[in-house]
Design a protein around this ligand. Structure first.
Ligand code: GDP
Ligand code: IMO
Ligand code: MG
Length: 420
């Protein structure tokens, strides 16, 4: 099983790359996160944004699996299914959901909002999809799972959990769970029963034994990982490659290549430290040129220069064997492109991410000549080739894919072939 994941703070372009390489795989499996994710795919003049459904869904002959590590909001899931069916995608025959995946309730969303409001200025900047509270109920052993939908007492279990949430909401000074969305949720749950469910650990074991190629698709990014990200400004799951094992039930010795997706610069949405952030006209320029607005929430993304200590960290904790560099076209026409190679901490210079990057660290940059115009047609400009080679040397991993536009076709596999 190969793994593909974000090497920065999310939104690196995972959806695009999964869609590009999906024909090499029989199964694409999401292993964590939920509708906080927004994975964008663009081809044949149309844009699609996926939140829960794996990004192989447009490829005929590819099975898409929502793993046990994912949290599913039935309402959002059904909206996604309907949007896909409206453009003629036969979702139901290409999709399976793990029975062990946990359900997001409307009251989880209410708790997410209450927790964020309570934090005030210190808020995480959550997407407010109920992700944190749902994973809290999972680890607290209170959660409802997709497999529970077939239990005769599902409704009572649901009511018990909602009552618990109401008690928690009252601690936040909020009186009740949102009744107006309950009916819609219960209706969506009823429809969810019609989808194929599976014990994904057995399904994948059989697929791998039969010699099928499986790709695990990550959501969010390494620096949003609950253990190794910029805690507490992180999401509530393990976004790193180890998460693919626990989120799908696949043993570590079955992992093959690990592809890390990164932008030629950095972005982050929501709160939290971001050492190379540009709060100036250059940052604004990158945001405009890169259309850096959230795929899920529409919020403007914070933009900054590429951070090599952070990328090296991602290579290390994930065991990244190859890298895909996205959006170098966004930097077209800049005279100078800066890269952070080290941090200055007090009087010392370090090349790894310190425990705390909230304050007292200063990025050390090298300036590189920019490129006028990089497209997926023809030769790459010499300056961009130098940029790529500098990164490869700094992190000691090859960049095997370069993306120079949002469309499926605007992709270069570095052996020299274009994607059809
Ligand atoms: P994901 O969450 O990692 O799948 O990434 P998102 O879809 O949230 O954000 C990536 C954004 O960049 C989307 O709007 C893509 O259409 C766009 N995109 C992906 N690759 C490229 C690229 O190489 N160049 C440009 N200009 N846009 C890209
Ligand atoms: P994809 O898969 C970028 C961020 C939120 C917030 C923090 C916690 O599209 O790359 P949560 O809703 O999980 O409680 O939010 O994590 N975040 C993302 N940022 N891309 C994502 O997903 C994200 N999912 C969550 O902005 O800072
Ligand atoms: Mg995204």
């Amino acid at each position: 099983m190969d793994v593909l994941l974000g090497a920065q703070w999310g939104d690196e372009g995972k959806g695009k790359v999964v869609d590009v390489i999906a024909p090499r795989y029989e199964v694409i499996a999401r292993f964590q996160g939920g509708p906080n994710a927004g994975h964008t795919l663009i081809f044949e003049g149309r844009k699609h944004v996926l939140h829960t459904i794996p990004s192989g869904v447009f490829r005929e002959g590819t099975m898409n699996l929502v793993g046990n590590g994912v949290v599913v909001d039935p309402v959002i899931f059904l909206k996604e299914v309907r949007a896909l069916e409206a453009v003629g995608v036969d979702v139901r025959s290409r999709l399976m959901i793990s029975r062990r995946a946990h359900l997001i309730l409307p009251s989880h969303r209410a708790l997410d909002a209450a927790s964020e409001a309570d934090k005030g200025k210190a808020k995480i900047g959550s997407t407010l999809k109920g992700i944190g509270p749902t994973y809290m109920d999972k680890t607290g052993r209170n959660g409802l799972r997709v497999g529970d939908l077939s239990l005769p007492d599902f409704k009572e279990r649901y009511a018990t959990l909602v009552r618990k949430h109401e008690r928690l909401l009252s601690l936040y000074g909020r009186s009740d769970a949102p009744k107006e969305t309950e009916e819609e949720w219960l209706d969506a749950v009823q429809q969810l029963r019609g989808f194929n469910t599976v014990d994904c650990e057995h399904y994948l074991d059989e697929a791998l034994r039969a010699g099928k190629n499986v790709l695990a698709e990550g959501a969010q990014g390494t620096l949003l990982d609950i253990d190794f990200g910029t805690y507490p400004f992180v999401t509530s799951s393990n976004t790193i490659s180890a998460g693919a094992c626990t989120g799908l039930g696949v043993a570590p010795n079955r992992i093959g290549s690990v592809t890390g997706i990164f932008k030629a610069y950095c972005t982050r949405v929501g709160s939290g430290p971001f050492p190379t952030e540009l709060e100036d006209a250059t940052g604004e320029h990158i945001r405009k040129a890169g259309h850096e607005f959230g795929s899920t929430t529409g919020r403007p993304r914070r933009c900054g220069w590429l951070d090599l200590p952070a990328l090296r960290y991602a290579v290390m904790v994930n065991g990244i064997t190859e890298l895909a560099m996205m959006k170098a076209d966004v930097l077209n026409g800049m005279d100078i492109v800066r890269v952070c190679t080290h941090y200055r901490v007090g009087n010392t210079t370090v090349d790894r991410m310190p425990y705390d990057i909230t304050s007292g660290i200063e990025p050390v940059y090298v300036d590189m000549p920019g490129w006028s115009s990089a497209t997926s047609e023809g030769e790459l400009p010499a300056e961009l080739v130098r940029y790529i080679e500098t990164i490869e040397a700094a992190v000691d991993v090859p960049i095997t894919l370069v993306s120079l536009g949002p469309d499926r076709k605007e992709t270069i596999l570095r052996e020299g072939t274009h994607v059809q």
